[in-house]
Design a protein around this ligand. Sequence first.
Ligand code: CO8
Length: 194
Amino acid sequence: MTGTSAALTPPADAIPPVRHPEAPAPGELLGAHYEHCFGCGGGQPHGLHLAARAGEGVTVTAEFTVTPDHQGAPGLAHGGVLATALDETLGSLNWLLRVIAVTGRLETDYVRPVPVGTVLHLEAEVTAVSGRKIYSTATGRIGGPDGPVAVRGYALFIEVKVDHFIDNGRPEEIQAAMSDPDQVRRARAFEVNP
Ligand SMILES: CCCCCCCC(=O)SCCNC(=O)CCNC(=O)[C@H](O)C(C)(C)COP(=O)(O)OP(=O)(O)OC[C@H]1O[C@@H](n2cnc3c(N)ncnc32)[C@H](O)[C@@H]1OP(=O)(O)O
């Protein structure tokens, strides 16, 4: 069974997404938005190390290699880890809109088990925007961009200000991030979005 709940159906006044004029060029690697992100950061030894690239329009592609650290059952990826891969890929669409947004809702279809050693090829797109609400979908395929579908995700991201993180994050990590010039530069680039 596939499909999404009413909460993930864009309202009638939703509009198509608009790619930001300064969005990374199609094919460009987006890089980690935070070194310690479990989804994309290089500083997480057991993380997904998911690498996303800008696509055309408001789309991205990404790859994630399932390692023994990601098991749920013997030799198979944990469903929560696969949801993380979808979430991270969907979150990376924010780079193309140039807005800061967090996951409000994520629904997942698990279509096929994903063995350890698999390279999961993900693609995601924003389908509609309504005010602060960003609607998007993603697909993960086994072994290649044309491989069999293993997972599908449907999400609603909500645009937030950078204060969302400053007000809610643990002070130690917030202070460390704010004293990292690269991290501050990334946040500022998003904040000036008109
Ligand atoms: C920097 C990028 C990092 C990317 C990493 C990968 C993505 C992530 O995993 S992010 C981490 C996981 N997500 C979170 O921690 C978010 C936790 N939730 C929150 O902080 C808040 O609930 C938040 C910010 C989403 C919404 O709160 P708030 O800003 O007060 O907005 P709120 O007024 O409640 O909602 C705005 C709209 O969204 C809708 N909405 C909010 N949440 C949901 C939901 N779960 N389902 C459906 N609709 C929702 C509301 O109904 C409202 O709609 P409308 O404008 O039509 O009335």
